[in-house]
Every structure is written in C-alpha cells, then in structure tokens.
Design a protein around this ligand. Structure first.
Ligand code: AMP
Ligand code: MG
Ligand code: MG
Length: 201
C-alpha cells in the first residue's frame, strides 16, 4: 500500500495477535492459533487511539500453552481456558468494527494478516475485515529509509520511546505500534539511525 493511500483514510485499525507457539517444534506454524486479539483504532487526523478491542481467545488445536509461550507472552493457561472461542470473539469484533467505515488494517509485518486468514479458514469462519492491509514495518522502513527490518522493540527504541506495557502482549503491542504512526504517516523523523545487527560467524 502506498503512503498516499495510507494517508487518505479516516482511521487506522492496528492489530496484534498472540498465538500458540513452541520453541521445540511441537506447534508448527500452520497449526498456530490466536490466543490474544489486541486491536486499537487510531484517528488518522490526530494519530491518537480512540477505541480498543482486546480479549483472549481459546485455542482448540493445541489447547495447552507451552512454557515457552507462557514465558514469551505472559498469557496464562487460565487466561485461555476462560476465554471465548474464536467464533464468538469474531462476532464481537465485527460488531465493534461496524462503527467504522473508512480504515486500513495495519500490523507490524504480515504475520497477523496471515494468522487471521489461517484461523478463519480452519474454523470455517468468514474473514471479518473489509479493508486493505498495510504492513507498517515495511512502511516505516520505506518512509525512514532504514537498511534493515527492525522488530517492534527496536522500532520503539529508534523512535526514542520506551515500550509501554508488556512486549508480546497483543493489546500492548498494538498500542505501541500505534505510537509509531507519526514516523510512518506523519512528519516525524526517527532520532536514531538504525543499524542492522551484525550476524556473528
Ligand atoms: P509478537 O506479536 O511479536 O508478540 O508475536 C506474535 C506471536 O508470534 C507470538 O504470540 C508467538 O506465537 C509467535 N512468536 C513471536 N516470537 C516468537 C519466537 N521468538 N519464537 C516462536 N514464536 C514466536
Ligand atoms: Mg506481533
Ligand atoms: Mg504481539
């Protein structure tokens, strides 16, 4: 999506999902499922968050969270055991999203778009977002001419900000991604130059 198109909309829907995962291959990429739905709606004129949608989602394919996943996200087994199923969450999300017409679905990378498509396909639920997607990581790299792709934590540091809340919690990640919008669609310039970390050999 071109920057000019991104600048023409009324709102930015910034979404960050957390999902089941494992560092030992027990949850293959194709079987990961959303466990936290974090979304903020940003007014494009002010770049302020005007609304939020956040909840946990109950996974069914790998319902026991791995210690790695709990450690990464700080999401507990109880959080997901008590969570609603994806079908209910998506119905609530659609109702919330219905308040807004003119927006772009934004996320840090393409992962969140693909994860939502994967979960909708698996559960045979229709895809809930009637809007184009924008990869804000790519947009930041282009806009600020970075020679590498920063992770969200790196980007927040480059912006001279401190990460607010807990990194790898969907709603906190979404809020922090939204704080980078002035450096993507606004006129702010990153105060720090990004150097891609050297690979050690
Ligand atoms: P994030 O938005 O960066 O918190 O990542 C979203 C999801 O991707 C997480 O909930 C995990 O399922 C997965 N993920 C992120 N980082 C890793 C990692 N280092 N190893 C395995 N899975 C990861
Ligand atoms: Mg993410
Ligand atoms: Mg996240």
């Amino acid at each position: 999506m071109e920057l000019d198109d991104l600048r023409r909309v009324a709102h930015y829907l910034v979404i960050d999902f957390e999902a089941t995962c494992c560092d030992q291959g027990l949850v293959p990429r194709a079987q990961m499922e959303i466990i936290e739905f974090g979304a903020v709606m940003v007014d494009a004129a002010t770049l302020q968050v005007v609304d939020e949608f956040a909840c946990f989602v109950q996974p069914v394919r790998h319902p026991r969270l791995t210690p790695f996943c709990i450690g990464l996200t700080s999401i507990t087994q109880r959080d997901v055991d008590e969570a609603l199923p994806l079908a209910t969450v998506l119905a609530d999300f659609r109702a919330w999203l219905n308040q807004y017409q003119d927006f772009v679905f934004c996320s840090w990378g393409d992962y969140d778009l693909k994860q939502l498509q994967q979960d909708c396909a698996y559960h045979q639920l229709s895809y809930p977002i009637n809007a184009p997607h924008c990869n804000l990581k790519r947009a930041l790299v282009e806009r600020q001419q970075l020679n590498g792709k920063p992770g969200l934590g790196d980007a927040i540091r480059l912006a001279g900000l401190r990460f607010a809340g807990t990194h790898h919690r969907g709603i906190d990640d979404a809020r922090n991604i939204a704080r980078l919008l002035p450096f993507i669609v606004g006129d702010q310039v990153l105060p720090t130059k990004w150097e891609r970390p050297r690979k050690h050999r």
